[in-house]
Ligand binder design. Structure first.
Ligand code: 13P
Ligand code: SF4
Length: 350
């Protein structure tokens, strides 16, 4: 069966299911998925949009933590489903509740100030509930600066997890000094900075997709393409961000390129499938990847699996069969995790 036939089937079934389903998709999804999605965005836009919809079934095309966030922000009568629940973000699994608790105790030993856990959207519901329990917030790459600043302005010390690069890039952009930024390694050692003067402690997590980009990739593109503008995701190493012209979330990258003049040349440091789609969507610009780095987990969502999950919704509605691919955050963490997510939305929207 070729892609066109599959996508036609998806669209037909979607039409049949009408308002009962909605399909959100992250920017990194394959173009065939983006084509049939109801809305596409970065992880903040998707979470905020999911909080506003009332479809009974949210068929989420992205990775697991994003579907968990949709579940946390939707009502108890709505159901979040994924075409493949094995599509997980490895970075989100790089810190667990007990590790976070241990870091929190360690930071408590270094400061008399209150500690605010700011956790990246790319974390488990368990870590979001940790943040909510201690009065912290979730953040995404589109608002990390705003969220961290909110707590620093209250004279709190921030514990940021799991992505070191996003925490470090944001702290530097907020003007924090080297001594005020401390890295906490997986064996709970404080590296760099001065723990007694630190304003932010950052867990040493990383994204393997963005770790691959090198300063040399940028230098190469600049040599071969005079006038090129480089834009990267803040999950990239600090040196890569410093050597770029701009950085930001996937939505920002998309919009910057979209609004740039015809003939612009861009070098983009983020997931390859997304960079390729931007190039196809805006043929009046030249859009080049820094290198080919693919998120294998996002790519697990295929049109075949999407069609299957839609068929299972149809069968559930017609014959009361069991639903497949349900994503449901357990009751024990729901309240605190939702609190941390709502805190982010409150800070961003005010
Ligand atoms: P965005 O919030 O920028 O879409 O980032 C999500 C992500 O997983 C990037 O690797
Ligand atoms: Fe996770 Fe990296 Fe994939 Fe984003 S690109 S979902 S951070 S593994």
């Amino acid at each position: 069966m070729d892609i066109m036939t599959l996508n036609e089937q998806i669209l037909e079934l979607k039409k049949e299911l009408g308002k009962s389903i909605v399909i959100p998709a992250h920017h990194y999804e394959n173009p065939e998925i983006v084509e049939v999605a109801d809305f596409v965005g970065d992880s903040y836009k998707l979470a905020a949009d999911c909080a506003k919809i009332d479809a009974e079934f949210i068929v989420f095309c992205g990775v697991y933590f994003m579907a968990e966030a949709a579940d946390l922000l939707s009502s108890s009568t709505q159901k979040v489903l994924m075409p493949d629940i094995e599509a997980r973000c490895p970075m989100a699994d790089q810190i667990g509740y007990q590790q976070a608790d241990k870091v929190f105790q360690k930071i408590s030993g270094c400061t008399t100030r209150q500690i605010a856990p700011v956790v990246y959207m790319n974390s488990t519901a368990e870590i979001k509930s940790f943040s909510g329990k201690y009065g912290g917030s979730v953040c995404t790459s589109s608002n990390a600066g705003k969220i961290i600043k909110h707590f620093l302005d209250q004279d709190k010390v921030v514990f940021f997890a799991p992505d070191y690069n996003l925490g470090n890039n944001t702290a530097n952009e907020l003007g924090l000094k080297d001594k005020e930024i401390v890295k906490v390694t997986s064996d709970f050692q404080c590296v760099g900075g001065n723990p007694s003067q630190a304003k932010i402690f950052i867990w040493d997590g990383y994204c393997y997709v963005h770790k691959r980009f090198l300063v040399n990739d940028i230098l190469d593109l600049r040599t071969k393409n005079p006038g090129i503008k480089i834009i990267v995701h803040p999950e990239c190493d600090r040196e890569v961000v410093i050597n770029s012209d701009d950085s930001g979330s996937t939505q920002k990258i998309y919009e910057e390129i979209k609004k740039s003049p015809t003939g612009s040349i861009w070098g983009v440091g983020t997931e390859f499938n997304f960079v390729q789609r931007i190039a196809w969507e805006f043929p009046d610009k030249t859009v080049l990847p820094l290198r080919k780095s693919i998120c294998g987990n996002m790519a697990k969502i295929t049109p075949e699996k999407l069609l299957k999950i839609l068929q299972s919704v149809q069968s559930h509605l017609q014959k009361k069969t069991a639903l497949e691919g349900i994503v449901q955050v357990s009751e024990s963490m729901k309240n605190n995790a939702a609190r941390a997510l709502h805190k982010m939305i409150e800070i961003v929207e005010k």
